[in-house]
Design a protein around this ligand. Sequence first.
Ligand code: GAR
Length: 190
Amino acid sequence: MRVVILGSGRGSNTEAILLAKQAGRLGRAEVVQIFSDHPDAGILELGPRFGVPATYLDPAPFKTKLDGEGELRYIDAIRESRADLIVLAGFMRVIKPRFLETFAGKIINLHPSLLPSFPGLDGIGQAWRRGVKVAGCTVHYVTQEVDGGPIIDQAVVRIEPGDTLESFTAKVHAAEHALLPAVIARLSEC
Ligand code: GAR
């Protein structure tokens, strides 16, 4: 299964996926390409480290969505990569219908909350400010409804007395780093 990862940030989840591959824990999945919409994103540094092509792809003209010319650039490049699965690992843009229809059923997203609670930006901060005692992360299929597609799997994190936003954030990230590679491995065996 050929996996293409899209990310905007530091890429810790992509690193977890690539480490899982090295450890033989990614099933039949193989990461064939990383794309980022930010030329200086940490995620791009993982390419040379793990021997995977990692490329900045211009998302212009929009700032918060993938649409218009930028969307077409992504569609063409992902088609060229012959992706079986597209993983949004911290890709901070709304995906629009043309992209969704082109890769129907092949796009999954990682979100740092137990959806349907706390969709949108800053899922961790939203959960923290709401004072929940059970939180976590979700991997789901991407549909037109932002963070609203069918849930594939979730991991739970408890907020204990003494936790701070920092320690809670670290717990959620650790849960993500285990969940996303496990989901990809499972999908690769289907
Ligand atoms: C992750 O926490 C992921 O859940 C979140 O961005 C972070 C990316 O971290 N995604 C969203 O909030 C999407 N709505 P990373 O770049 O270190 O993998």
